[in-house]
Design a binder for this molecule. Sequence first.
Ligand code: PLP
Length: 362
Amino acid sequence: MASYSDLANRPVLTQPVYEAGRPIEVVAREFGLNPADVIKLASNENPLGPSPLGLAAARKALDTCHLYPDGGCTFLREKLARKWSMEPGNFVIGNGSNEVMILLAQAFLRPGDEVVFGAQAFIVYKLATMLFGAKPVEVPMPGFRHDLAALRAAVTPKTRILFLASPNNPTGGTDDPADILALAASLPEDVIFCLDEAYTEYLEASADLRPLMMSGRKVVLSRTFSKAYGLAGLRVGYLMGSTEVCSLLNRVRQPFNVNLPALAAAEAALDDEEFVHRTRQVNAEGIVQLSAGLKKLGFAFIEGKANFLATQVPQAEEAFLKLQKAGVIVRPLRGYGMTGWLRLTVGTAEQNARLLTELAKL
Ligand SMILES: Cc1ncc(COP(=O)(O)O)c(C=O)c1O
């Protein structure tokens, strides 16, 4: 009798599974800790909590959760259009920006296609590529930084998408906006350039892809409400691109892919400039605090401005375990080919101090 595996689509059989940051409750139960004493610095979440405006809107929206959400995400797309001086038709809203990348892959990739990205780039590019039977082309990252010339050189007639995140997760490195624009402009007209700006709110400047987009080049960008807006648990992100690419992706996505409180929260959070400002400030201070602490401990780390730092610690896997026992969850980077490295999300000053104290005990 045929097994389910015999019947499954071939790429599903070799599809890697995404390894998420370990949840507080799970770690607390495993190590016999009080969940209130555990801190999670493993998934680059916002240590200040959710945007207060977003949270209030989500709570209010729950009163009408017997109704389906607006499948067209009308108001959020209108608001984004105003923010970006674009049209609502230039946006696709996803269940996290993760989803818009999968939609892109689903709409454009077929077996035999190639997708180019850095060897230590965000893992979802590889997952999206493999899921549709396309071939990941992983370009070496010397010193764990993107080599934009090498990315460009890896493009062949088979390349369909090139993914680049700035800052990149998990390394934290950032590329110069002018270099990013030059790369985007240099690509063949049948290669889609996807710039992932999940952490761009933490930077002073980011690349403005709109002129290229409007001139008909195949460039899209993705952003998220999970980081600077503090709405990771609600799952909202978006893609900005030409009206043509957005209309194709809208055919692929589920009718109600973004839920009601999430949609309301994202709409409200877009106005929460005060919260984003405070987030950036606390993060910048946290980067200084963690960098100084790591230097003092003699741990190498990759300098960056996102809300996390990748650091090299002795016996990283054991350290990951010891930190959990002490109620501090971080992320080991072995899965990214960075054995010996941990990724530390920047927390509040108090959380950072606790993390450094525990790291010192290693
Ligand atoms: C570089 C990068 N892109 C995209 C995402 C996906 O975020 P979300 O699906 O929560 O929008 C993440 C999440 O950690 C990320 O690090």
